[in-house]
Design a protein around this ligand. Structure first.
Ligand SMILES: [Zn+2]
Length: 410
């Protein structure tokens, strides 16, 4: 097999394209491959598909391709242009790359696979790309995926706010609860943030939404009421967010108590923060002994934690009637606990009670919210290199959008 023929196969070049020349530079560790088409080949207008003779050629361009045995490999060609009666002079579509891309589709596919597994810096090191090149591939993949996907109106929506940078910088993340994917991201956490998602949908799509799980956050509820019929039967203030509030309340109690005890020279709560953030069944074995001693003590923190853990059962009932009974007992306990942060959360839940109990009509899982939350957190940690909020949003879509990211021949 001649090396030109070998490279035609390696590059996956299809008719009428063939390899005219291969140059190997051992010193530079690179292979350069030139592709040409036979004279008098006809090409399709990229707009209308009309079969046309070549009008002329654009200047030679090059595309990075998959390495050949560790050698950087570049494909070179002069893209032909046709003159269509309707569309004028146009460059034809090339079977190995998307328009404007500096990589062959096979290379982009590999890069997307690697970017899925590593952070951008790691992927760029493996692929021997600059950060901007690697990031550009991810950005184009997301743009391509969003375009192909179009609008989505899942039956069960989740809405969440996420810290995007330092301080009060937030984004709003809309997710498909059943698929576990992110469907929309907007700046801030205002009514307008969620409006921007609903505004992408038509009346039929809006009618498909059966339930929206969210935190007890008025701007989001207002947005749902403005866009969905019977919104108040569809809003679910979900377990994930309610338990997060309770977790924060326990931590506030712990902080104050720890401060008071330390002033008295008692260090029993020092370093105990994470013990109280676990739920009972998730506590690692190595902490069990210390934690059991703490939870059975007469510390305020232990009491706050017990109240939090008891609330968790609310969502385990098969019938709402039993949950209502549990709630009444729990509310009495919480509001008589003399623990201000716990009382405040109990009252907040009571104000939103109908929305909390809407769980029993829809039975949305909280696993999606929990899973997406930790994955977005991980993206954010890896995202020190993302430098800005737009990059953070792109990274979320790339990893969690459930998008078809790969380039395809048109
Ligand atoms: Zn045309």
């Amino acid at each position: 097999m001649r090396d030109t023929e070998l490279y035609r196969h390696l590059l996956g070049l299809v008719e009428p394209w063939e390899v005219s020349r291969v140059e190997l530079s051992v010193g530079d560790q690179r292979v350069d491959v030139w592709a040409e088409h036979p004279k008098r080949t006809r090409f399709a207008c990229p707009e209308c598909g009309a079969d046309l003779p070549v009008y002329d050629h654009s200047e030679e361009r090059s595309w990075r391709h998959l390495d050949s045995c560790q050698f950087l490999t570049y494909l070179h060609a002069s893209p032909p242009r046709v003159r269509c009666a309707t569309h004028g002079v146009r460059q034809v579509r090339l079977p190995w790359a998307e328009p404007m891309s500096r990589f062959t589709m096979l290379f982009e596919r590999l890069a997307i696979d690697v970017l899925k597994e590593c952070d951008v810096e790691g992927a760029c090191r493996i692929l021997r790309l600059s950060w901007d090149e690697g990031w550009g591939i991810a950005e184009r993949a997301v743009a391509r995926g969003l375009l192909r996907r179009g609008v989505v109106a899942p039956a069960h929506l989740g809405v969440d706010e996420k810290a995007a940078g330092r301080g009060q910088d937030y984004i709003t993340v809309v997710s498909n609860i059943d698929a576990g994917t992110v469907v929309h991201i907007a700046d801030e956490r205002k009514q307008a943030s969620l409006d921007s998602y609903f505004d992408t949908l038509g009346p039929n799509e809006l009618a498909r939404i059966e339930a929206v799980a969210m935190d007890m956050w008025e701007p989001y509820a207002t947005s749902v009421r403005a866009h969905l019929d019977d919104a108040d039967t569809k809003i679910v203030f979900d377990r994930y967010h309610i338990m997060s509030h309770m977790g924060t309340a326990v931590d506030t109690v712990r902080k104050a108590e720890n401060r008071r005890l330390r002033a008295e020279g008692n260090n029993v709560l020092v370093g105990a923060k994470y013990l109280f953030l676990y739920s009972a069944e998730n506590l690692p074995e190595r902490h069990a002994q210390r934690f059991n001693a703490l939870r059975n003590s007469d510390l305020k923190t232990a009491r706050a934690w017990a109240i939090k853990e008891d609330l968790r059962w609310l969502w385990d009932y098969h019938r709402r009637g039993w949950a209502d009974k549990h709630w009444k007992r729990w509310y009495f306990w919480a509001t008589h606990s003399r623990l201000e942060p716990v009382i405040a959360v109990a009252k907040m839940i009571k104000r939103h009670y109908d929305g909390v109990m809407a769980f029993f009509a829809h039975r949305l899982t909280s696993a999606t919210a929990e899973g997406l939350n930790s994955r977005i957190q991980a993206i954010r940690v890896a995202a020190r290199g993302y430098r800005n909020r737009e990059h953070f949003k792109t990274a979320i879509y790339f990893h969690l959008g459930g998008l078809d990211l790969y380039p395809r021949a048109a």
